[in-house]
Design a protein around this ligand. Sequence first.
Ligand code: SAH
Length: 227
Amino acid sequence: MPGQAHPALETLDARTRMVMRQLAGRGIRDQRVLAAMRWVPREWFLPPHLAAEAYSDAPLPIGNGQTISQPYVVALMTHELTPRRSDRILEIGTGSGYQTAVLSRLVPSGKIFTIERLPDLLVEAEERFRRLGLTNVETKLADGAQGWPEQAPFDGIIVAAAAPRIPGPLVTQLAPGGRLVIPIGDLSAQELVILERPTNGGAVQQRGAGGVRFVPLISRLAFTDEL
Ligand code: SAH
């Protein structure tokens, strides 16, 4: 937020290097995404013994068998989502809350609705949002494959866990002009899929944005193909 002191000045150089080498150096040109990732201290989202690895080019374990995504993958997914300043975004798989914090910076007059199924991870993430002073984040402990019907529709939906198919409720909850970014596949091979609902009421458009590797989306929902 303008005028606000940076929360972790001592690691600003490490973040700047991460942004230059891992993100801009690999083709991420979106200045808003780069600025948000230069602001969020990734070490705050890791278990203390891994803080020294915070700016390495890798996903890292965050407990409960889950991982914080590699910075490049966070940047790529955020760029594909194209959040505008006042958008309402649904995120599935809060995990550490790192991706949430990056998104929160990008929608200062909008809101992030984030869903996690593991209570321990959600409690820790909520504490980080408080510490960072993020006031536009709403959390929910639930199965995110069902979406968040009470808050729908969303201008963007981002899923940080891989599903075998696109969960139908998420497509339904996407506003006209909205985008859904989700890794689709099994444990061995996944593709980042971008789905867009046209503003003119036409059919939903789908494209691939390259190979990725995520932990599985765990859901009791029988996945339905609505495309
Ligand atoms: N974006 C996160 C990455 C989290 S890894 C970060 O930046 O740290 C994926 C997360 O999705 C895990 O925390 C996992 O518990 C959660 N998850 C898996 N299935 C889910 C479901 N059906 N609903 C909500 N969260 C789910």
